[in-house]
Design a protein around this ligand. Structure first.
Ligand SMILES: Nc1nc2c(c(=O)[nH]1)N[C@H]1C(S)=C(S)[C@@H](COP(=O)(O)OP(=O)(O)OC[C@H]3O[C@@H](n4cnc5c(=O)[nH]c(N)nc54)[C@H](O)[C@@H]3O)O[C@H]1N2
Ligand SMILES: Nc1nc2c(c(=O)[nH]1)N[C@H]1C(S)=C(S)[C@@H](COP(=O)(O)OP(=O)(O)OC[C@H]3O[C@@H](n4cnc5c(=O)[nH]c(N)nc54)[C@H](O)[C@@H]3O)O[C@H]1N2
Ligand code: SF4
Ligand SMILES: [Mo]
Length: 733
């Protein structure tokens, strides 16, 4: 077999010279890779955690001849139960991506960088940071991250500097979902027992593409036992294809559907009365106010036939308590609509009507592992900062319900423009591409006196930074001990290096430890990652060596059905939220319009909605060769439009459309399909990269954020990402 004109034998001889030389030559062809599959080379396997998306599945990664070869899923891990997705396989290759940053960089012009030493980077960043603190105070500093397990240490770093301003992806992802559940049940992220549920209703949740692998494993099992899945979505999603029934809904109106379901259950006495009497508060007030939310009323708002709504309520109630509405994530219950918070509250309350809390096949709280901490004798504790964030998160007068440490990340550019934020760190996050209104983001981020990015490639945000400090790729680094690794039992897991770093890069924890003394906070970082991890594991009686060997350890303590426990102020399932009442906010889940709605008489107007694709992660993975190939081969970057609406605009399948909103204009080819509601167009959310250094991704497709104005939800401050009205026309050029 010939590869690039050389024989396989010669190729292997070349490979044996050393993995580094091979590595530097970027991707191999698949044939070449397959040709390396020979038993004559050293094979080793390391258990670790994938980082190709935020799920962190446990994987066993094999190397062959010192080169990353393949991965298998770790069957012990409750989170993925032995499975890996296509990204988990494909992103292994990215360790050899030619676009990787190979050393610390300093920006010397627009999109121009020069390599510098770590020492120089630390020195200059430390000096600049001290200047900013002296001039503008520590409250002008921020860090924004996709929390990656190391968040206790990034928080420690910022708090040690005197800043509470630690932002995250919360305001672009899940904020109403977590706060809604927390207000209603006391738990921000209750789980659902999908293995035993007999009827599951998914409201704008598509786990078959917004993946979570254990859910799919559990559902496949339950489906075999007769479980029924009903999927409410404006489009025919992957989950709709997997389900038994797809209910197409007008986007932004799910709250009306939920209220009608409650109305039917209450009026027809189909709800679990004993459960409600014993465990819920505010039922009577709610019941008296939702009389008029009939299926007929909801049908007009949602465009779902009245009969379908009534039957759904009956079907759900029939198998209660093994009947559950999934807790949601991003699609409808996340940061999408002005009414998303009340939608989540309604979902929490109807799960109460189904009496499913802490029951087999219902909602439950996952058992939690309690890790140890660095002892104060040897490791000085950072003084507690008891103050709200600069964006108003945690401020009783602004966003009291938005937690300090999550924050409202699209506020960062606004605060920079107002002169309130002066210097910041961006870690494992790319706000320029994943927050709304990039023109405004760029304008704001440009205003900063100091921007430091921790990334492994030059993303849009990194391209604007003054300094870029490359974190080692996940296959090259250790991270802190991880606990969020199961849901029915207690598990700990660890990410560890499979190969040595290929370039001059470092794990984030090491970067923080080394940067701290230059910023005057070295005393709070007088430990190594191993010391930190040993302290974490101490109460569990597990050695770091054992965890490294096994990758994931199950500690037992399995969840068992029983008496429900609500940790709300009243100790009840709060249909009437005492917290919202105290804040003078609507305390019962009642109908609320979405913020905007397309004019039904205007043939050009649509709502723009978006969603995940199984083979991509947010905006970060379209630069990956094989994942991009999947998109191209299947032509899936197109924007979905209903045939009747397309016809009225003279648009045929595959033709180019011009999409315009109040803040952006772009183009996309049409996917004309009945699988999308007439009211909206659907944009797959993995594209539109404008970072020039990411050659493969650059300029491919478009992103919903290009069309999304900078909004702040009035209660939580989130982005309200589906509240976009666009004008769609056939492109005339
Ligand atoms: N492959 C892959 N998996 C991922 C991720 C990834 O990037 N890639 N990211 C992870 C993360 S961070 C997240 S937040 C989750 C997201 O997981 P999900 O929330 O399941 O994913 P989305 O695709 O955002 O939204 C789900 C569905 O909501 C629908 N939807 C939009 N508007 C409405 C509406 O008004 N009503 C209803 N009923 N449905 C609506 C969309 O059409 C879409 O099919 O996925 C996680 N898993
Ligand atoms: N366009 C678009 N916007 C979105 C979404 C979307 O799907 N598309 N989804 C929304 C949702 S649900 C979420 S959760 C957020 C996610 O928002 P982000 O976290 O900003 O999304 P990603 O595209 O995953 O970007 C992660 C960044 O981390 C970098 N990175 C990857 N691996 C590493 C690593 O090992 N170390 C370091 N230091 N950096 C690394 C990537 O290069 C990239 O720049 O975005 C929201 N906004
Ligand atoms: S879902 Fe896929 S990409 Fe995400 S952590 Fe698991 S294997 Fe990796
Ligand atoms: Mo997310």
């Amino acid at each position: 077999m010939k590869e690039f004109g050389i024989t396989r034998r010669k190729f292997l001889a070349g490979a044996a010279v050393g993995s580094a030389s091979l590595v530097a030559s970027s991707y191999m062809s698949f044939d070449t890779w397959a040709a390396t599959d020979t038993a004559s080379e050293d094979v080793s396997v390391t258990p670790t955690l994938c980082d190709a998306c935020g799920n962190w599945c446990a994987i066993n990664v094999y190397t062959k001849g010192g080169r990353i070869w393949k991965a298998t899923g770790n069957p012990i891990a409750g989170l993925n139960k032995g499975r890996i997705c296509v990204k988990g396989h494909a992103m292994l290759h990215d360790v050899y991506n030619k676009d990787r940053i190979k050393s610390p960089l300093k920006r010397v012009g627009a999109n121009k960088f020069e390599p510098i030493s770590w020492e120089q980077a630390y020195r200059e960043i430390g000096a600049k940071l001290k200047d900013v603190i002296a001039k503008d105070g520590p409250n002008s500093l921020f860090l924004v991250q996709y929390p990656e397990g190391n968040e206790a240490l990034t928080k420690r770093f910022m708090n040690a500097l005197g800043s509470p301003n630690v932002f995250s992806h919360a305001s672009t992802c899940f904020l109403p979902r977590n706060i809604g559940w927390w207000l209603t049940t006391g738990s921000a992220k209750p789980e659902q027992d999908l293995e035993n549920a007999r009827h599951v209703l998914f409201i704008g949740r598509n786990p078959a593409a917004g993946l979570q692998l254990r859910m799919l494993v559990d559902m496949a099992k339950a489906k075999d036992k007769g479980a029924k899945y009903v999927v409410v979505d404006p489009r025919f999603s992957e989950m709709a294809a997997m389900g038994h029934q797809w209910i197409q809904i007008k986007p932004g109106t799910d709250l009306a559907l939920l209220l009608a379901l409650a109305q039917v259950m209450i009026k027809e006495n189909l709800y679990q009365k004993d459960f409600i009497d014993k465990y819920a508060s505010g039922f009577d007030e709610w019941a008296s106010k939702i009389n008029d939310y009939t299926p007929k009323w909801a049908s007009e708002i949602t465009t779902i036939p009245e009969k379908v709504i009534t039957k759904l309520a009956h079907d759900m109630a029939e198998v209660a308590p093994a009947s559950v509405i999934h807790r949601g994530y991003h699609g409808a219950m996340g940061t999408q609509y002005k009414n998303s918070l009340q939608l989540v509250r309604a979902v929490g309350c109807i799960n109460g009507l189904l009496g499913n809390y802490n029951q087999k096949g219902g909602m439950f709280n996952a058992p939690k592992v309690k890790l140890g901490k660095l002892g104060p004798e040897k490791y000085p504790q950072v003084p507690e900062l008891d103050m709200p964030m600069v964006d108003g998160s945690g401020d009783p007068d602004r966003y009291p319900l938005t937690p300090v440490g999550l924050g409202i990340s699209q506020a960062i550019p606004e605060l920079a423009l107002a002169g309130k934020l002066k210097a910041g760190f961006v870690y494992h996050n790319n706000p320029l591409r994943t927050c709304p209104n990039p023109a405004r983001m760029i304008e704001g981020y440009r205003k900063l006196d100091l921007l430091v990015s921790f990334d492994y490639v030059l993303s849009e945000t990194a391209s604007l930074a003054h300094y870029v400090l490359p974190e080692s790729y996940y296959l090259e680094r250790d991270d802190v001990v991880h606990t969020n690794h199961c849901y029915t039992s207690k598990q700990v897991a660890i990410r560890q290096a499979v190969i040595k770093p290929l370039y001059d890069t470092k794990p984030m924890v090491q970067i923080l430890v080394e940067l701290a003394p230059h910023c005057g906070i070295g005393q709070y970082f007088n430990f190594s990652l191993d010391e930190y991890n040993r302290a974490s594991l101490a109460p569990l009686n597990i050695t770091l060596e054992r965890l490294r060997k096994e990758g994931v350890i199950d500690l037992g303590g399995d969840w068992k059905p029983g008496e429900p426990a609500f940790t709300t102020p009243s100790g009840k399932l709060e249909i009437l939220s005492s917290t919202l009442q105290d804040l003078n906010l609507p305390a019962l889940p009642l109908w609320e319009e979405p913020l905007v709605s397309p004019n039904p008489k205007d043939p050009y107007e649509f709502r723009l909605i978006h969603g995940k694709q199984a083979h991509l992660t947010h905006a970060r993975s379209i630069n990956q060769k094989y994942l991009k190939e999947i998109t191209k081969l299947n032509d899936i970057a197109r924007v979905w439009i209903h045939p009747d609406r397309a016809k009225a605009l003279g648009i045929k399948d595959g033709e180019c459309m011009t999409i315009t909103s109040s803040v952006g204009k772009g183009r996309a080819r049409a996917r004309v399909t009945e699988g999308i509601h007439r009211d909206c167009v659907f944009l797959p959310s993995g594209y539109g990269v404008f970072a020039k250094h990411l050659e493969r991704a650059f300029g491919f497709g478009t992103s919903y954020n290009d069309y999304l104005p900078t909004y702040f939800d009035p209660v939580l401050g989130h982005v309200m990402a589906n509240e976009i009205i666009v004008r769609v026309e056939k492109t005339m050029s």
